[in-house]
Design a protein around this ligand. Structure first.
Ligand SMILES: [Zn+2]
Ligand SMILES: [Zn+2]
Ligand SMILES: [Zn+2]
Ligand SMILES: [Zn+2]
Ligand SMILES: [Zn+2]
Length: 275
């Protein structure tokens, strides 16, 4: 929105009026067609349109440029009354200086800066209000470091206040410690249950291995038994073998002896046949 034309002294050139609000240009921007607008007016317009509102030629936000320098100079030189003239300010200054003046104009309205105070008053009356404002604060003059409302000054008791503050801090600390404790407890619990799971899993594995070992031990035992039986069998067979060998040897000797007898006979018979 532009500046109300009523506030200006003397004639204002038509070219320095906004094509949208028809007031005197504020933060002016210019289209390629040379129509000029307040920055807020044209940005608001281009949200829904893409044409110049004056001649309906295509217009994009990126085509907007600052006002021609000579027009800007004319604009800046216009004389304008302070916006607080209704309150009694008689200041008349150029448009380029009006913002600075209004920012510090004694007839402008300001809110009391004290927290909790809702008084709105003219800037020139602020200091006298602050002298009596019941929400004005100050640091305790007796050195406890607390900020006091001025009206509390009389009944303020440093030691009592500090004690309350201390109690507050202590209970905060206790709460915090409690929270930390709970968190640690939760963490420990979850680790514990994890460990329990792990150990029961390991116990299962141990039990399985035990079962395997005892099965293996049984196998070993039965193998050992079989081996012992086999060895006994072998020994028994060895004995039988020895006995058989002895028997054979006996037969051999007997056979040999019989053969010698027969040969003697043979020789004798041979001689007889030879003769
Ligand atoms: Zn405008
Ligand atoms: Zn235009
Ligand atoms: Zn003023
Ligand atoms: Zn106040
Ligand atoms: Zn104090």
């Amino acid at each position: 929105m532009g500046y109300d034309i009523e506030r200006f002294l003397g004639q204002v050139n038509e070219g320095l009026l906004c094509c949208i609000c028809r007031d005197v240009l504020e933060d002016p921007l210019q289209a390629p067609c040379e129509h000029a607008f307040c920055s807020t007016c044209i940005h608001g317009w281009l949200v829904h349109e893409n044409i110049c509102p004056e001649d309906r030629r295509t217009l994009l936000i990126t085509q907007l440029r600052p006002l021609f320098r000579y027009m800007k100079n004319d604009l800046d030189k216009l004389e304008i009354k302070c916006g607080n003239s209704d309150n009694g300010c008689s200041m008349i200054t150029t448009l380029e200086n009006i913002d600075r003046h209004e920012h510090e104009c004694g007839f402008g309205n300001v809110s009391c800066p004290s927290i909790g105070c809702s008084v709105v008053l003219e800037r020139r009356n602020l200091n006298s209000h602050l002298g009596t404002c019941e929400f004005r604060t100050k640091v305790c003059p007796r050195g406890c470091g607390l900020t006091l409302l001025t009206k509390e000054d009389e009944e303020h008791n440093c030691i009592g206040e500090l004690r309350t503050e201390l109690e507050l801090l202590r209970s905060e600390m206790i709460c915090k410690l409690d929270d930390q404790n709970k968190e640690m407890q939760l963490r420990l619990d979850s680790q514990r249950s994890h460990m329990v799971q792990k150990s029961s899993h390991m116990q299962q594995q141990i039990d399985e291995l035990r079962g395997q070992i005892s099965r293996l031990q049984q196998d070993v035992r039965s193998l050992t038994n079989a081996e012992r039986k086999r060895r006994q069998e072998m020994e028994r067979m060895e004995l039988e073998k020895q006995e058989l060998i002895e028997l054979l040897k006996g037969f051999q000797r007997e056979a040999d002896a019989n053969k010698k007898g027969a040969c003697r006979n043979c020789k004798r018979n041979e001689k007889i046949t030879a003769i």
